[in-house]
Design a protein around this ligand. Structure first.
Ligand code: IMP
Length: 427
């Protein structure tokens, strides 16, 4: 048995959904541990594309136990739509479980997210406006509403908090959009739909570990969007990094055996904030088109750039990565020359470690290594040996600079387009 955390090594959108789906083949339990419907995982199976925001992509494998952990914030309407979509597409939800302790995104959280963005006076974070930040704010302010509160017989806590928050919205923002009775009615209307799935999922995951099952912890977003370790304040409001898998699922840190960092073969970012290797030229556009780099959740075009090994070294350190899973290597086909940023330059000084201040990052100039590209289409490649020499050379150099091995390589969205150099649960 083995437990593995799959974590984004960049700014999110690294292709974790596809890899979770791939690894779910060998997993018994798949647990989502943080974030909310700011995430969007695209999974292609049987020629059909599924976009999931809350339910772990393991659900697309019959009989895998899928858990939405306590660290996740849930927008009930979004979750209901997702469950309906999966049900209508013929997927069984019999093995889906939702943590009693997961917090709910309320309508005023979504509104607050918009209002706060509008009032940041030119310092927007570029949030997904899904209410994520305000929901986590209420969680830590101890004003959150959890799944258990929704299922309580008289829903006292739900009623009290909603009434207070609606008053607060009116007083502070002159926002009369919310009628407390209507909000309570709407949310209680969701309760019956969730009741069959809600459990003490910490116990469920613990029992699975005790029974020697393979457990996969699926992170959303990525290391550089982590509220502690990311490019603060241009981050999300949760901890996507690997240690949070324990807190966000209700197991001890010693339960985690391995950590895999997912990185694209290049870099993308959505929203505001510094991005040293960003390409605002034709090459950036090429990557966007070839990689179909448009947000799953918001449809926003993603900013694209060269691979940044400073970021990967940092991700390896703060997550304790065993190895990297490199996705979208096929997208680089056709570029005559490739670059990897190995360090930053700051007024003649070489910087090898990722800085704490975004103002530093914005000033740093990437120091690049140039590597030869390849013209071959990689989407049909099924083993490392079939890769062109230049593609193998690119992976080798990426691994040297990041300081961790490459264990998985993805050359397309399908499950079969994955090269496993290290067996995912086997190390
Ligand atoms: P929030 O999570 O909606 O508060 O947004 C905060 C920042 O994280 C913004 O820059 C978003 O674009 C970014 N973000 C949130 N979720 C994702 C994701 O799943 N992929 C990529 N970026 C994300």
């Amino acid at each position: 048995m083995s437990t593995v955390v799959l974590v984004g090594a960049q700014w999110g959108d690294e292709g974790k959904g596809k890899l979770t789906d791939y690894m779910a083949e060998e997993a018994d339990v798949v647990v989502r541990y943080q974030g909310g419907n700011n995430a969007g995982h695209t999974v292609v199976t049987g020629g059909r594309e599924f976009k999931l925001h809350l339910v772990p992509s393991g659900i697309l494998h019959p009989e895998k136990v899928c858990v939405i952990g306590n660290g996740v914030v849930i927008d009930p309407a979004v979750l209901r739509r997702e469950l309906e979509m999966l049900g209508e597409s013929g997927w069984s939800l019999a093995t889906l479980y939702i943590s009693e302790r997961a917090h709910l995104i309320m309508p005023y959280h979504r509104r607050l997210d918009e209002l706060e963005e509008e009032n940041r006076n030119g310092c927007c974070i570029g949030t997904t406006r899904r209410g994520i930040g305000p929901a986590y704010t209420d969680k830590y302010a101890r004003d959150g509403i959890r799944m258990v509160d929704l299922l309580e017989k008289d829903a006292q806590r739900l009623k009290k908090i909603v009434a207070r928050k609606c008053r607060f919205m009116e007083k502070l923002y002159d926002s009369r959009d919310f009628n407390p009775e209507e909000v309570v009615r709407e949310y209680l209307g969701h309760a019956a739909h969730f009741r069959p799935y809600v459990r003490d999922t910490s116990l469920l995951v613990y029992d699975a570990v005790q029974a020697g099952r393979n457990v996969l912890f699926e992170g959303a977003q990525g290391t550089l969007l982590d509220v502690d370790h990311g490019t603060y304040p241009y981050v999300t409001s949760s901890n996507p990094t690997a240690a949070a898998a324990a807190v966000g699922s209700g197991v001890g840190p010693r339960v985690i055996d391995h950590v895999i960092g997912v990185t694209k073969a290049y870099t993308t970012r959505v929203g505001e904030g510094p991005f040293p290797t960003e390409l605002e030229d034709g090459t950036g556009q090429c990557l966007r088109q070839a990689g179909r780099e448009f947000g799953t959740t918001t449809g926003r075009p993603r900013r694209c750039g060269w691979l940044d090994a400073v970021v990967l070294r940092y991700a390896a350190r703060v997550n304790g990565l065993d190895y990297l899973a490199v996705t979208k290597l096929d997208v680089l086909s056709g570029l005559p020359m490739l670059r990897i940023c190995r360090a930053y330059n700051s007024r003649g000084r070489e910087i090898r470690d990722f800085p704490s201040r975004v103002s530093d990052l914005a000033e740093y100039v990437p120091v690049y290594e140039e590597l030869p590209g390849w013209s071959e289409d990689l989407t049909g490649v099924r083993s490392l040996n079939e890769l062109p020499g230049a593609a193998r050379g690119y992976l080798e150099r990426l691994s040297e600079l990041a300081g961790v091995p490459v264990g998985l390589v993805s050359v397309g969205p399908g499950r079969e387009q994955t090269l496993a150099l290290i067996p995912p649960f086997g190390r």
